[in-house]
Design a protein around this ligand. Structure first.
Ligand SMILES: Nc1ncnc2c1ncn2[C@@H]1O[C@H](COP(=O)(O)OP(=O)(O)OP(=O)(O)O)[C@@H](O)[C@H]1O
Length: 299
C-alpha cells in the first residue's frame, strides 16, 4: 500500500498570520485518516493546500503521486471533496446540483446518489438556499461521495448533522474503506474519530504534533481508577506512588488517574479488603484535552 497523500514541509503563511508550518504527512491507500485540532489549528488550510485551492508558501504536496500544484486538475478528478464551507445559496435544488456535478464528472448513473440521499434523509427537491445548514451539509456529502472517488477529503463532514445521520455517515465511511478507498477527514468530533479512523494526526497551532494509530493513542494514555474498600483506607501511600495523579479519597474509597505503575498500585491495594475496582480507559476526547493541556504547559 502506497501513500495516497504526501505532504513535505508544507507551509502556508497568510501575511503575518501563521497558517500551517512544516507539515509532513502521509495518508496510506485504504485507510481512514482523522485530522484533529481545535479551531484555527490549520486543518482547513492543510486541506486547501493539498488540493491547490491555496498555494503553499513553501514545501510541497502530492496526491496519488502527482504534484498538487502542477496536476491539480487530474488530482481533483479523483477526489471527492467536501469543503469546510459548503453553503451554496443557490436556487438550484439538490437534485439539480447533483445532476450538474454528474455531467461535469461524466457520471451517467445517479442511483448511488439517490441511495445516499435516502440514507442521509436529504431533501433533494428544495432550492439549496432554503435548506438548513445540516441539510446543505447532506447535499455536500452526497456530491463528494456519489461518483465513488478513490480518495475522499472531507472537512468537518458531520458538522450540523444530527446524531442518527452522523451514525449513517460513519457506516458509509466504513463501506468506503471496505472498498479499498481512502478517506482523509478533519473533525472536532473525537468520539466519531475514535469509531472510524485507523490513524489520527493532531495539529496544533499550525504544526502537526502527533500521528498515531487510534488504538495506540488510546492505549498508551492514562486510565481512570476507582477502588472501594471494606474499611477505611489511608490515601497517603497511594498518593505517593509514581504514576498516580489527581487522587481523591473518602473514608473507604479512592479515585485517581493512573499514568503508569499498575503493579505497585495493585500490590498496595491488596493490603486492604477490596470490594470494587473500576478501571477505565479515557475517551479520545479526554486524551486530546490532556494532550493539549500538557503541550500548553510545556510551551
Ligand atoms: N484567509 C486567511 N487570511 C488570514 N489568516 C487566515 C486565513 N485563513 C486562515 N487563517 C489563519 O490560519 C490559521 C489556520 O486556520 P484554519 O482555518 O486552517 O484552521 P482550522 O483548523 O481549519 O480551524 P476551524 O476548525 O476553525 O475550521 C488560523 O490562525 C487562521 O486565523
Amino acid at each position: 500500500m502506497g501513500a495516497v497523500v504526501r505532504a513535505e514541509g508544507l507551509t502556508k503563511r497568510y501575511g503575518r498570520n501563521r497558517g500551517i508550518r512544516d507539515v509532513d504527512l502521509e495518508v496510506d491507500e485504504g485507510e481512514v485518516f482523522g485530522f484533529l485540532g481545535p479551531n484555527g489549528a490549520g486543518k482547513t488550510t492543510t486541506i486547501r493546500t493539498l488540493l491547490d485551492y491555496l498555494r503553499p508558501t513553501s514545501g510541497r504536496a502530492e496526491v496519488f503521486g502527482m504534484d498538487s500544484r502542477k496536476e491539480s486538475v487530474r488530482i481533483r478528478e479523483r477526489v471527492g471533496n467536501l469543503p469546510g464551507e459548503f453553503a451554496l445559496e443557490d436556487r438550484m435544488s439538490g437534485e439539480g446540483l447533483l445532476r450538474f456535478f454528474a455531467r461535469l464528472r461524466g457520471v451517467g448513473d445517479l442511483r448511488y446518489a439517490h441511495e445516499l440521499a435516502e440514507r442521509l434523509g436529504a431533501d433533494l427537491g428544495r432550492p439549496m438556499r432554503r435548506l438548513s445548514r445540516g441539510n446543505k451539509q447532506k447535499i455536500g456529502l452526497i456530491q463528494a461521495l456519489f461518483h465513488r472517488p478513490p480518495l475522499l477529503i472531507l472537512d468537518e463532514p458531520t458538522g450540523g448533522l444530527d446524531p442518527l445521520v452522523q451514525e449513517e455517515f460513519l457506516k458509509i465511511v466504513g463501506e468506503t474503506r471496505a472498498e479499498g478507498r481512502t478517506v482523509f477527514l478533519s473533525s472536532h468530533n473525537l468520539a466519531e474519530v475514535e469509531k472510524i479512523c485507523d490513524r489520527v494526526g493532531i495539529i496544533r497551532e499550525g504544526r502537526l504534533v502527533s500521528v498515531e494509530t487510534t488504538g495506540t493513542l488510546v492505549n498508551k494514555a492514562f486510565r481512570r481508577v476507582r477502588m472501594s474498600f471494606a474499611g477505611p483506607v489511608d490515601p497517603g501511600p497511594f498518593r505517593a506512588l509514581p504514576g498516580v495523579k489527581d487522587l481523591q479519597a473518602d473514608r473507604e474509597s479512592l479515585s485517581f488517574t493512573l499514568h503508569d505503575n499498575l503493579d505497585e498500585v495493585i500490590k498496595l491495594a491488596a493490603r486492604y479488603e477490596l470490594v470494587n475496582l473500576e478501571y477505565e480507559r479515557p475517551s479520545l476526547e479526554e486524551i486530546f484535552l490532556a494532550y493539549y493541556d500538557g503541550e500548553e504547559r510545556r510551551s
